[in-house]
Design a protein around this ligand. Sequence first.
Ligand code: MG
Ligand code: MG
Length: 257
Amino acid sequence: MSSTRQPRQVILKTAAEIEQMRPAGQMVGETLDELREMVKPGRKLSELDQYVIDKFKRLDVIPTFLGYQGFPHTICASVNEEIVHGFATERQLEDGDILSIDLGATIDGWVGDSARTFAVGSISEEAQRLLDVTRESLMAGISVARIGVRKGDIGAAIQEVIESAGYGVVRGYVGHGVGRDMHEPPSMPNYGRPGSGMTMRRGMVVALEPMATVGDPATAVLDDGWTVVTADGSLSAHFEHTVALREDGPAEILTQA
Ligand code: MG
Ligand code: MG
């Protein structure tokens, strides 16, 4: 899930606390791997949600999104022009769709938050390129993120990949700190000016989550009060990892199996 909230105080984590965050991150990564295998034409979004509900219940994992500010599902499922925060309805996926799944898990009080956009069956070249570029922009942001760089350095790296491909960067929804709360300070925009903004410090754990659009990145919210779509109806993709700045060198991705 992405944040619209304003920063309060950054909560730095000790190395031991970052170790405690691993199970939640791994759970999210592993579950997204499993969902990838389930995404195909004819699959209902609600079936993907139910899979996670059952798994988390079995393993005593708290579904972070369910009930968050009233959100009614365990996954966010956003199809095509939907960017983030889509509902896991009875909608059936169709060949050529793209589906963004965002998932949060809480284990031992610590949160992991990650998202990926999947191809449903065979997708257009444009859709595939959007997925590739958005994933690449996330990895570019992660590769820049380390102790001592500025927030703007990370945002600029993400923005550069997306905009140089001719795509739009969504600005109204951003990444965020992660810890015992899903949305902690600081906000982590997917755009920025190199050398500007807060200095990244040891112990910061943040979710980086670029949202890119084929067309104009202006957004609208559907009548359900949650689902964020592109205002022009163009395709959108979303990739997210929770990463930790535990030691010098590259940030560590927590949300993979
Ligand atoms: Mg998320
Ligand atoms: Mg998030």
